[in-house]
Design a protein around this ligand. Structure first.
Ligand SMILES: [Zn+2]
Ligand SMILES: [Zn+2]
Length: 154
């Protein structure tokens, strides 16, 4: 399993490869020592049951999507369709714009799911079984505040 641990102090993303990881890592940005408690299931890529960074057991699933890529496709599509629109080819212009949005949707639909920790936002990628539900704003509000108080960010 590939994990992106979030530094509790500065929120930097720190990539970890689960089976080889030592009991602690050092944050590359702020130098904080981050103790890791990787559970058996996480180590074996079976399931995400406990977060190695914050110890929490509450996760949600989201698409592994980089919003910047999606936006680029739509922006390029909009630019090209703008050129056609300028020359009075409205139909072509609209088709290209629709095409760009469609490409975006296809890319989005093919993406794998990534599990994210509600408390510290660490991310978990791998072949493990997805058990978490989708994002719930209320749960996130409660757990994030609880965690940030605990690590002293609020
Ligand atoms: Zn840090
Ligand atoms: Zn966590």
């Amino acid at each position: 399993m590939e994990i992106v641990a979030r530094c509790p102090k500065c929120d930097a993303g720190l990539p970890i490869h689960a089976p080889e990881e030592p009991a602690a890592i050092k944050c590359g940005r702020c130098g904080a020592d981050i103790p890791l408690a990787i559970s058996e299931d996480v180590r074996a890529d079976r399931a995400v049951d406990r977060c190695p960074v914050c110890g929490g057991a509450d996760f949600y699933i989201r698409k592994d999507f980089d919003p910047k890529v999606g936006l680029t496709v739509v922006v390029i599509g909009a630019l090209i369709s703008g050129i056609f629109y300028w020359f009075g080819r409205d139909l072509v212009a609209y088709s290209i714009l629709a095409g760009a949005v469609l490409i975006d949707l296809v890319v989005y639909g093919r993406l794998k799911d990534v599990t994210v920790c509600y408390r510290c936002h660490s991310e978990f990628r791998g072949a493990y079984e997805r058990r978490a539900g989708s994002f719930d704003l209320h749960t996130a509000d409660v757990l994030e505040v609880e965690y940030q108080r605990r690590v002293g960010r609020r």
